[in-house]
Design a protein around this ligand. Sequence first.
Ligand code: UDP
Length: 381
Amino acid sequence: MNCDLLVVGSGFFGLTIAERAADSGLKVVVIDRRPHIGGNAYSEADPETGIEVHQYGAHLFHTSNPAVWEYVNRFTTFTNYVHKVYTTHNGVVYPMPVNLGTINQFFQAAYSPGEARELIAEQAGEFNVKDAKNFVEKGIALVGRPLYEAFFRDYTAKQWQTDPEDLSASIVSRLPVRYTYDNRYFNDKWEGLPTDGYTAWIERMADHPNIDVQLNVDFFDESQPFNKKAAVGQVPIVYTGPVDRYFDYSEGELSWRTLDFEKEVLPIGDFQGTPVMNYPDMDVPFTRIHEFRHFHPERESYPDDKTIIMREFSRFAERGDEPYYPVNTTADRDGLLKYRELQADEKDVYFGGRLGTYQYLDMHMAIGSALSMWNNKLDRR
Ligand code: UDP
């Protein structure tokens, strides 16, 4: 194999492993079937406007993990960007996630934090956060039925096309609910966007004499040297592709949601005044609009008379589509357990990342779990 470690997939998980391994002296080959590195975090400057576009949807970096924050800062500095989202319901704009501003605007009221808590508890009816078994129960427990129906029910129907009783409560728990006017999207200690873009950051992770990145190389294509059949058992492998694909779907296909994006350059300086506007109503077919210039208000090179927006549509992934979000139905969880048993028999193959573990991982989680895998399983010094 002519290397000490083969990494399949050049997203954050794969590159973190590759970088750590290269730093320890190992020769690493990273293959990726796409023509670029970085997985879904990849971004590119639009040729017409120079505005950085996240090709696979907006990526916002945030973490509370000191080890991850220290690690990522070796490769990039971060801007002081703080993510905020707004949502347009019945023609009116509200702050998201649900906070005292959202509640008071929705009920045209001036509730104090205590009064709002009481109201929401009453509107949650029989549901409580501790016992909530699924998305609907948790959603109603958190924000009460009227707000759930306005902001979560239909957005989630568009985003998942799955009965919310079959969706995990953990999906809604991603969003904070606050009884203050703080409308930050994330609760994490550190947050920001890479100062000179995601791709520059990712390229610096891969820029090491011990790392050989090979693009347009498919692990399952037996005509190329680093294929599954030739490599397994010959060299340790970190595999970050879809776990069901690895086993040739022998235990069935795990279900994923994929996204379609419609990008448009507009001849105006500002379309929506904010980076992300959600559309929780059914009469709008997309879930949200990203306007990329607002992720980098500090960049003076961006034009005043042009902007780029991207509408985001969600649907079930078919074979060949890019997988984004694991649906994680009961059938998926059963399938995943069977794949985990098969993994145990794969000699020196380590499964990681969002696709390799079938988990909804944020970037900082992918990096954190790669650091743990390196420290606990792979670092043999
Ligand atoms: N969600 C919602 N309404 C919103 C935003 C989010 O119902 O305005 C729900 C939806 O089910 C979504 C989940 O909360 O899948 C998690 O939202 P998040 O913004 O974390 O999703 P991501 O940005 O990862 O797509």
